[in-house]
Write a protein that binds this ligand. Structure first.
Ligand code: GDP
Length: 295
């Protein structure tokens, strides 16, 4: 996993300082560890859960040296994060991906990166510009479609997002597309409208494209730390999220948020964004991620 240097420096340094400054594992040690994990953006609830499990393991395995706690800690976090192979099912069947998230989090960029990845796997990809609220959103997505060399279905600004999805589904069927990726408006501040819009889009997909596998991926900006977690909770109330894409991990020391989001929301992080380029999207591999952060 590349692009995690900032988070890594943040976590590794504090954990290493901690374990080397304590000779025995006492309450004070756990308190400092708790503080360290919270500072690393793992969130209070997740941190408390990790510490509780850790205490048990330390007792069970009669660990005496603070230095040996690091390994246990890493294993504990890996367990929290596990993502099943089956969660990438959409890669192997005819699928439609609905991409949701507020403006600025990296939704358009993520769609472009996904399109390029699928295209490189020789899949037929179609994009739907169903964020019709902003003309810029349609233009930007069109640019990414060109860059990834995939087809895009769009209409004018302010047209009905449902109509765009309807057209896109028709195109996907006609061209026997493997993957249809739909952008959506990110107006979380207008929750009722957004919910209604997503409901309509979902209805069209269910009616017109019933045999396609459906995913709803929520894009979150990791640099916003705990705010990303709050956003995710709000989106969870209005959509059946099947996975998270966590962007901008390259520019932040708040990478620990991936751990908080997955353990609190029980929704798997499926991809991480580690740069602005078309190739800067990686499948989330919890083991590699934790090794990169703590190892
Ligand atoms: P949208 O409004 O959600 O569609 O956001 P955009 O896709 O337009 O992205 C907003 C900004 O974030 C752009 O400047 C992108 O280049 C940048 N961005 C997106 N993903 C990443 C990432 O993983 N790393 C970095 N460093 N920048 C990113």
């Amino acid at each position: 996993v590349s692009g995690l240097t900032k988070t890594r420096n943040n976590i590794v340094e504090s954990i290493d300082n901690l374990v080397s400054s304590f000779t025995k594992i006492d309450d004070e040690f756990y308190e400092e560890l708790e503080e360290t994990l919270i500072m690393a953006d793992l969130g209070v609830n997740t941190t408390l859960k990790i510490i509780e499990n850790l205490k048990e393991k330390v007792k069970e395995q009669k660990v005496k040296d603070a230095k040996d706690v690091k390994k246990l800690l890493m294993n504990e976090i890996k367990e929290l994060l596990s993502v099943e192979e089956s969660e990438y099912e959409f890669e192997n069947k005819k699928s439609v991906l609905l991409i949701i998230g507020v403006n600025g989090v990296g939704k358009t960029t993520t769609i472009g990166k996904l399109a390029a990845q699928f295209k490189a796997e020789k899949k037929k990809v179609i994009l739907a510009a169903a964020d019709t609220f902003r003309a810029a959103a349609i233009d930007q997505l069109t640019e990414w479609a060109n860059r990834a060399n995939v087809e895009i279905i769009s209409q004018q600004e302010n047209s009905d997002p449902g109509a765009v999805v309807f057209d896109a589904v028709a195109a996907a069927k006609a061209r026997k597309a493997d993957i249809l990726i739909c952008d959506t408006a990110g107006r979380l501040h207008n929750k009722k409208n957004l919910m209604e819009e997503l409901r309509k889009i979902n209805k069209i997909i269910e009616r017109e494209y019933a045999d396609a596998h459906k995913e709803t991926l929520l894009v979150l900006d990791s640099t916003t730390g705990q705010n990303a977690l709050q956003q995710a909770k709000q989106f969870k109330e209005i959509a059946d999220i099947t996975g998270i894409v966590l962007t901008k991990l390259d520019g932040t020391a708040k990478g620990g948020i991936a751990i908080a989001i997955q353990s609190e929301l029980k929704v798997p992080v499926k991809y991480i964004g580690v740069g602005e380029g078309i190739d800067d999207l990686q499948k989330f591999d919890p083991k590699a991620f934790v090794d990169a952060l703590f190892g």
